[in-house]
Design a protein around this ligand. Sequence first.
Ligand code: PNS
Length: 167
Amino acid sequence: MATALCPGSFDPVTYGHIDIIERTARHFDDVIVAVIRNPQKTKSLFTLEERQTMLAEATSHLDNISIEFFKGLLVEFAHEHGAEAIVKGLRAVSDFDYELQMAQMNQKLSGIDTFFISTSPQYSFLSSSLVRDVAQFGGDVSGMVPPRVAARLAKRFGTHHSTGGGT
Ligand code: PNS
């Protein structure tokens, strides 16, 4: 049984993440979506439980996915769960430097390999942080996140939940 990890903050999950998770699920027997508990970046918008719920809703059509939290080193989590691969999406060259560095560090630490999937072009501009920004100011995020995520964003920011149309 080959198990892969799809790690990230998922604050919140976007269609870009879902694309990578779906494609990973086609190549591995099991996929663990590993949600980091202690992101070093910004303060989280959604709680871990909210992020897990949104991920579970967004991946309910896949039967080989589980969603778990981790803290500390990703490679430790991988080892504990018998995962033999980390899978990441690459959006653009700007992702490459840092992702390559992390992949090489993780390989050095534990021997685990990282596989990169090129993001589908329609999602290459997408990131959770930009989605948060757009949603905060009432922009239409309906083509970027699943409807339930868009609804949660609208509720969190007290903005109108636009259903799209671009006008
Ligand atoms: O969605 P993000 O915030 O880009 O995800 C980054 C994440 C969680 C994949 C990365 O920060 C990570 O793997 N953190 C775990 C800590 C760790 O193992 N650090 C050493 C990696 S070289």
